[in-house]
Design a protein around this ligand. Structure first.
Ligand code: CTP
Ligand code: MG
Length: 553
């Protein structure tokens, strides 16, 4: 045995241990016990409380963190500090205190920019003036070991080709790694709630009861690093001081579309003119659900703000419940969503293609067929009085909120790779022409009306969630489903293994690549000059090799 061989063996051994350790770590991080399930309202409450005790401070570099820690400690006890850097060069530190009063006194003691053309706004977004570097190094020495500083979290979506998927042998482990590396992380979640709090605070003076809540993938457990934030402004009536004899005067509010559109215009102006970090504001008041679109530059994400869309908030809770029902739900949703993204079935801009929301519902429906998650009727049946919710829009959103109360016996023990293969197999032969998907019944029903894809909206059952999808996109979706099913199957039969990265290549993409390759090959091997006209008229020369291959076929 020579020395190089031994070193290589040792190196491989070490790599394998690292890999196994990594897989174990993310398995344990997501395979949570159902008894540890946090009810959605508690989860929202905890995150809102964190955001009220937090400020976001822009600093000149990571080295300023100790300095910032020392300065901010004067206002109260700091329990968490998260550093992140956006794509450009800006550094930020999300600083959490143990008490909200610390944030109030910090903001009271902060100063405004003195330039006359800058409007003075009080908000949790600040910047930190650096002190001399001599002081800084002294502080680093002083606080090196005692401040709660986390720096390993990113706000930028990682490139899936660089996260080490290829290093893992099993498809199930690859799916778990994909989830671990791309799901919304701690800092991403905190910053989403702080973004909501910025709007809420700016309206507090005049609307003390209004709340701005994140909904959609930011909170439904299916969110990805860098995904957009969906926000909703709601008037949350509370029955405090019921016996008081002094009552605030108010104005009549109508829930009419015109009224909502006017509110959207006003919110758009407020965000555009006064709120720091908010740019590229667009008022989309003609949409079915009117929204203000804007970009929060300190956080590096796009935001969609709606007014009173309580049904969507309940929908997020429903998805959150499913996402926490079984440890296999989220890795499967993430893998399928990533597949759809990588082969361009989904798109960041809304249009005639399938959405992430529809894909999530398709995966959930498949898991209902596998008896891994229940149908919605079962969740409704187990609801008690505290679970009753009728929204302002008149939609009944009653279903059991605490799933630990639900009798649960999941007999299906299939592994993630079996389920991923099963998903593609199931839909590759699904009759989308006549069937609609109903998560309420947990089975396919007859399509109530023509639509390329029909997914019954789980809360507003007369609507189709995927009404936007065109027949062409549906056809593309079907081809890709069949291709994925075939790819996994043939690879498992031939090699007993499958690399998830192969799935992200897609049939259509491969077809285009093949065509380009053929053209390239024909041009290179031809002995005549090829013109652009030849390409358009499909008049490419045939090489001797082509002729031979054609004969063989
Ligand atoms: N929603 C809905 N009915 C629809 C579309 C959306 O109830 N027809 C609700 C869902 O709760 C959805 C949320 O609005 O989760 C936000 O929609 P969208 O941003 O399109 O989907 P996300 O789930 O947030 O996914 P993504 O990460 O792509 O933003
Ligand atoms: Mg969204």
């Amino acid at each position: 045995m020579n020395k190089t061989y031994l070193i290589r063996r040792l190196y491989n051994f070490h790599e394998n241990i690292l890999k196994r350790h990594q897989v174990q770590r993310y398995k344990s991080s997501i395979c949570t016990d159902i008894n540890e399930f946090i009810v959605y309202d508690q989860f929202i409450c905890k995150r809102r409380s964190q955001s009220k005790r937090s400020v976001l401070v822009q600093v000149s570099s990571e080295n300023s963190c100790c300095d910032l820690y020392s300065y901010c400690s004067k206002f109260g006890s700091i329990i968490n500090m998260f550093h992140y850097q956006l794509a450009g060069s800006n550094h930020f530190v999300l600083t959490e205190f143990d008490d909200q009063s610390a944030v109030s006194s910090l903001l009271d003691q902060s100063t405004f920019i003195e330039e006359s053309n800058i409007i003075s706004v009080r908000s949790p977004f600040l910047w930190f003036r650096s002190s001399s570097s001599k002081n800084k190094s002294k502080l680093i020495e002083e606080h090196k070991f005692n401040f709660p500083f986390q720096t390993n979290q990113t706000m930028i979506e990682p490139n899936i080709k660089n996260i080490g998927l290829g290093k893992l042998d099993s498809l199930s482990d690859q799916m778990l790694l994909l989830l671990e590396r791309t799901q919304l992380n701690e800092i991403g979640t905190r910053l989403r709630f702080l973004t909501a709090m910025q709007i809420e605070n700016s309206l507090k003076g005049i609307f003390p009861l209004s709340k701005v809540l994140p909904f959609g993938s930011s909170v439904n457990s299916f969110g990805k690093i860098g995904s957009d934030i969906d926000l909703v402004l709601m008037d949350c009536k509370i029955t405090k001081h019921k016996t008081s004899r002094l009552i605030f005067h108010g104005k009549c509010m109508s829930n009419s579309r015109t009224h909502i559109q006017r509110n959207i215009e006003i919110l758009g102006d407020l965000i555009q003119l006064f709120l720091p970090g908010c740019s590229k504001v667009k008022r989309i008041s003609q949409a079915r659900v009117p929204i203000v679109k804007y970009s929060q530059d300190f956080i590096g994400v796009e935001c969609d703000l709606a007014v009173s869309n309580e049904t969507a908030v309940n929908m997020s809770e429903l998805l959150y419940i499913f996402g926490n029902f079984d440890y296999r739900v989220r890795p499967l949703v993430f893998a399928v969503k990533m597949w759809a993204k990588e082969i361009n079935l989904t798109n960041d801009v809304p249009g005639r293609w399938i959405t992430n929301f529809s894909i999530t519902l398709l995966v959930l429906f498949f898991l209902q067929q596998e008896k891994i998650i229940p149908n919605i009727q079962k969740l409704v049946k187990h609801a008690d009085n505290n679970d009753v919710r009728i929204t302002n829009e008149g939609v009944n959103c009653t279903f059991v909120r605490d799933i630990s109360k639900l009798p649960r016996t999941v007999e299906n023990k299939k592994s993630l790779d079996q389920l991923l293969h099963g998903f593609f197999d199931y839909y590759a032969s699904f009759d989308f022409n006549t069937n609609a998907i109903s998560l309420n019944y947990g089975k396919a029903i007859n399509k109530p009306e023509y639509s390329a894809l029909y997914i019954v909206n789980p809360l507003e059952v007369h609507f189709n969630v995927s009404k936007n999808m065109s027949s062409e996109e549906m056809e593309r979706f079907r081809i890709e489903l069949r291709n994925a099913a075939w790819m996994i199957e043939s690879s498992l039969v031939n090699t007993n293994a499958f690399n998830i990265l192969d799935l992200f290549k897609g049939y259509e993409i491969n077809k285009k690549k093949d065509t380009l390759f053929t053209i390239q090959h024909q041009i290179r091997n031809s002995n005549r000059l090829v013109t652009i006209k030849d390409l358009f008229e499909d008049n490419l020369p045939t090489t001797e090799e082509d002729k031979r291959l054609n004969k063989q076929l």
